[in-house]
Design a protein around this ligand. Structure first.
Ligand code: DP6
Length: 360
């Protein structure tokens, strides 16, 4: 698979001004992406659950420019307020995608966006945000080239989202997405995410994710800085091998429905991600004392009840609590009565696995 597939052909239709809206969810990795090379190529394949209620809703307004300009013109509005601070990131994104969507220079854009989760929650909005923008831009391309079919549309949207946020390329479809080439996953690619192509046991249907907001501040380590820590990291080669092996284990687990094996694999992936940060130069501790207290409580609850609930982590202190739907009542009660006291302002979000982005 080469990138030439995503270069545009001659557009057949003219497009002046209009707007388009998409809602795109966040996702949570089971096998983690940590380490990349230029440009936005992952060092190992990853697999994620697409979320449902944690999402970004974006309306892209566009208007054809009168004259040819050699720069981009974008205004970002978040929750109704102009946010000039976010525009540099969009300019960088546009400069990465202009080869594939050259019309981004020909329009002035207003990106009007809002997140279903609070901005200060510590939940990264880059995956949902960039994938929503990618879809809006692809919708523009399809207006100008109506022969684009659904498969190309979704693949190129994921390819474009990846250039803004690696994990963003896993937000378009659901319930499980693979990004990164793996020899045993047919169709997998470093360039875009694909819907997980193999059998998934009913135990994983409508899987639940409760996000415990332990630390709602700004990210301590940006994802770019974080991924760069894997360059020259003494354990990087073994970590990349391990991720590939863990994907093989996950394929078996998803097929058999072995929840005990799932719990151990997912927790081990989360702790390995943090182990990479603990052992990099410079090193970081991104967990907070309450992250560890929550992990301890989850382990105790699991021992006492035999309910296969587990945790996973992103590059931060918040905890994702994953569990099968059939234990929803017991686990939600446990979160309310016990785990919420370790969250900042007792805040948590109950989410579940979803099917991906939708056009509004
Ligand atoms: C720890 O997708 O945020 O959440 O490609 O630089 O935008 P960029 O990084 P990003 O990295 C996410 C890393 C992770 C693990 C994962 O989601 O796989």
């Amino acid at each position: 698979m080469t990138i030439s597939k995503f270069l545009p052909s001659e557009y057949t239709q003219a497009l002046t001004s209009k707007s388009v809206s998409y809602a795109s969810p966040s996702n949570i990795a089971l096998i983690k992406y940590w380490g990349k090379q230029s440009v936005q190529i992952p060092k190992n394949p990853s697999v994620s659950f697409t979320l449902n209620t944690c999402k970004t809703t974006t309306t892209l307004h566009y208007e054809k420019r009168e004259t040819f300009e050699d720069d981009f013109e974008v205004k970002v509005v978040l929750d109704g307020k102009h946010k000039p601070g976010f525009e540099a990131k969009i300019h960088q994104f546009f400069s990465r995608i202009v080869t594939y969507l050259p019309f981004v220079k020909d329009y002035t854009f207003v990106i009007d966006t809002s997140n279903s989760f609070p901005h200060s929650s510590g939940i990264a909005s880059s995956a949902s945000g960039l994938s929503a923008i990618a879809l809006c831009l692809m919708d523009m391309e399809r207006e100008m080239q109506p022969s684009i079919d659904d498969q190309y549309f979704i693949q190129k949207a994921s390819f474009i989202a990846r250039l803004g946020s690696g994990s963003g390329c896993r937000s378009l479809e659901g319930p499980l997405v693979v990004w990164g080439e793996h020899q045993d996953i047919k169709g997998s690619s470093d360039l875009f995410g694909i819907s997980y192509p193999y059998e998934v046991h009913e135990n994983f249907e409508d899987y639940q994710d409760a996000i415990l907001l332990v630390d709602q501040g700004e990210k301590q380590v940006s994802s770019t800085v974080g991924h760069n820590l894997m360059h020259n990291h003494p354990f990087a080669p073994s970590r990349f091998d391990q991720a590939n092996e863990n994907i093989l284990k996950l394929i078996e687990i998803l097929k058999s429905g072995d929840l005990d094996a799932f719990v151990h694999l997912v927790e081990s992936e989360a702790l390995t991600l943090h182990a990479m940060m603990l052992t990099s130069t410079p090193y970081f501790i991104l967990m907070k004392p309450n992250t560890l207290k929550i992990i301890d409580e989850i382990w105790e609850f699991r021992r006492e009840t035999s309910i296969p609930v587990c945790f996973t982590l992103d590059a931060g202190a918040n905890v994702h609590v994953l569990f099968p739907k059939k234990y929803k009542e017991e686990v939600q009660e446990f979160i309310k009565s016990t785990l919420s006291s370790y969250c900042q302002d007792k805040r948590y979000i109950f989410d579940n696995v979803g099917i991906g982005a939708i056009k509004l």
